[in-house]
Design a protein around this ligand. Sequence first.
Ligand code: GLN
Length: 493
Amino acid sequence: SSFLQRIDERNEELNALLTVDRDGALNHARYLDSQRERGNARPLSGLVLAVKDNICIRGQQVTAGSKMLANFSSLYDATVIERLREAGAIFIGKANCDEFGMGSSNETSHFGPVRHPHDTEFVPGGSSGGSATAVAAGFCHIALGSDTGGSIRQPSAFCGTVGLKPTYGRVSRSGLVAYASSLDTIGPMARSVEDIATVLNIIAGEDASDSTSAPVDVPDYLEALDVTVGDTVSGLRVGIPKEYFAEGIDPDIDRMVRAQVEALEDDGAVVHEVSLPHTEHGVATYYLLATAEASSNLARYDGIRYGHRASEEDTVEVLQEQRAELKEAKQEAERNGNAQRAERIATQLKDTNSTLDALYTRSRTEGFGEEVKRRIMLGTYVLSEGYYDKYYEKAQRVRTLIRHDFDRAFESCDVLIAPTTPTPPFRLGEKTDDPLSMYLSDVFTVPASLAGVPSLSVPIGRHPSEPNLPVGMQVIGRHFDESLLLQVGQAVE
Ligand code: GLN
């Protein structure tokens, strides 16, 4: 009830939750209470979660922030939802997000931007901006987000929450609306490291319905937190990747992260600089691969099988108009003896032969927002004949180099520490006209995604120039070493 009250007070202004399952949540809470009275308490009894609206909850909408799916509801629970429900979690609502996870500010959502919980002039980050805001504004205990290239970590840093992008394959993606399948992960966002461990305990582990979920044992992450800071930090080998502290980083963020590293050093950590030499190619590599995969994943939205369908009558009408215009233009070209032009128009006319094709086109034109279209076009281009080798395949090779960078670094250190973002939160609208500068804001989060390694963003204080705005720090680890990341996160907390 207290969460619902806070939602009533602030959700309209913040736009963090797209739906609130008031009755469902209250009924479920009462049911869990009665179960508990009978001695049937479950491990998460009463834990209240908000869920990013690209994760399926049976019978509820799953829009992925898109008009394309505005009227679509899930036929089944995502595996993470199934497991959490079984453990006694309550789902209070679906969180706003960038359209299909594509964005770093939560401004590409068809349902309007989310506002920063501590200063509404600013963006909360994205694409899981609704999830981060829901946690920071006290709408829930914990939220689920998804992270393809930073979407859990960056909004966590911006909003002052803790956020974990698990190892690729650690948590099942079944029931997550696909963006870039080789990078997509689901993870928790919360107010404390302990809350992250609590949820990870339930959602981690192999799943028969996601073939990329890994058959790797799941440790007890809460038990892992049962250590003293001294035990965690003494002798811990911390690598400072020098490429993450280079030109372009906000000097206050640089200083704040270094201060944390010094504090760890004082507690006995062994700190040394390392190099991840291919970092500078991270953003380019990520945006080639992610858009290529997205162009393929989003091909399913054709207006026939899923989602938004353009009006068939309108489509036929527009098609007829187009044909009439083209025919006229062709006749004119013929009259003027311009054979080449007439031939070109004849080809265009052929393209208008299929009402079905036109319906696909119109449905996609209407259903997708600008950023999604930009990425489908870029992705289709880099996969096309003649460009595949030049861009897509090359990006795959660089991805391998980036992974090797991390492998090499982890030979001499246990964790890497770096800022989560190069700048504090920016203002709403500041980067919407400049996609490239938006993409560049992912510079510190995409490398871990490309390498598939886990990364935890923890809040390390407020930014001196904008005292309402938090700053986050990333702890990056070896594949499946989430326990250590959580321990280090706890030490920083
Ligand atoms: N900002 C990145 C993008 O737009 C990351 C998004 C994500 O992790 N889903 O692709």
